[in-house]
Ligand binder design. Structure first.
Ligand code: KIV
Ligand code: NA
Length: 269
């Protein structure tokens, strides 16, 4: 496929082929995911995955901009979305616009994502009306881990109606897609059927309009936690650990550097 995928293209995918999404935080990872993905998210999960933070609450707008700039240099195909970090949009529409505009301007991202249900609809509408495409994020919203009391499945039983109402309010406010995180698969299917924009699931079942994972999780690179919804497509962490151990052993036994890695007085070698 030629040309850059836009937020409008993503929106038009409702009811057609699944939307493929992964995160990226660096230029080389952006280059790796660009052609296979429709959408690449510079997630605030970067705080936990690359910076060792205990949650996403400590992620700053400066971190998102720095990683957003790195990712932008590696993408030419996929639609790029940057997460608004905790504290950068919750005060109200004006604060959200100011920070979203800064993220868009300084990273070249095509859209932002923010967490929260119906209470964020007014902010989403304000941003979209002023030229900022917004991806919404409902269900488990990790920035609220301290009020949610952990990373639990959301929307079970009667609470499902509340999550559905959240997703519907955000779609109505103009969000071009809605991330559904950690919901019963039945609810993921119901929300997908009910709202007019694509649902992008992470732990929300196979019926969502698309799927997203943290790339380091699916590559087996992040040892932090192993949520049930992650399928490991590789074990890069184990591969790297083994390679590093082999290097250490080679240095200690003087097997490295070998003849092919050295320079000598005669130039031909
Ligand atoms: O920060 C992130 O990586 C995310 C996705 C997992 C949806 O928000
Ligand atoms: Na996030």
């Amino acid at each position: 496929r030629q040309g850059r995928i836009t937020p409008s293209d993503i929106r038009s995918r409702k009811g057609t082929e699944p939307v493929v999404c992964l995160t990226a935080y660096t230029t080389p990872m952006a280059q790796l995911v660009d052609q296979s993905c429709d959408l690449v998210l510079v997630g605030d999960s970067v705080g936990m995955v690359l910076h060792g933070l205990p949650s996403t609450v400590g992620v700053t707008i400066e971190m998102m901009i720095l990683h957003g700039q790195a990712v932008a240099r590696g993408l030419s195909h996929a639609c790029m979305v940057v997460d608004m970090p905790f504290g950068s949009y919750e005060e109200g529409p004006a604060q959200a616009f100011r920070n979203a505009a800064r993220i868009m301007a300084e990273t070249g991202s095509q859209a932002v994502k923010l967490e929260g249900g119906a209470h964020m609809a007014e902010t989403v509408r304000f941003l979209v009306q002023r030229g900022i495409p917004v991806m919404a994020h409902v269900g488990l919203t990790p920035q609220s881990v301290n009020t949610l009391g952990g990373y639990k499945v959301q929307g079970r039983g009667a609470d499902g109606d509340r999550v559905l109402a959240d997703a519907a309010a955000l779609a109505d406010a103009g969000a071009f897609a809605v991330v559904l995180e950690k919901l019963p698969a039945e609810l993921g299917e119901r929300i997908t059927r009910d709202i007019p924009v694509p649902t992008i699931g992470i732990g929300a079942g196979v019926d969502c309009d698309g799927q997203v994972l943290v790339v380091d999780d699916m590559l087996g690179q992040f040892a932090g936690f192993r949520p049930k919804f992650v399928k490991r497509y590789a074990e890069l962490g184990e591969t790297a650990q083994q390679a590093i151990a082999n290097y250490a052993s080679d240095v200690r036994t003087r097997r490295f550097p070998g003849p092919e890695h050295i320079f000598t007085e005669s130039k031909k070698a």
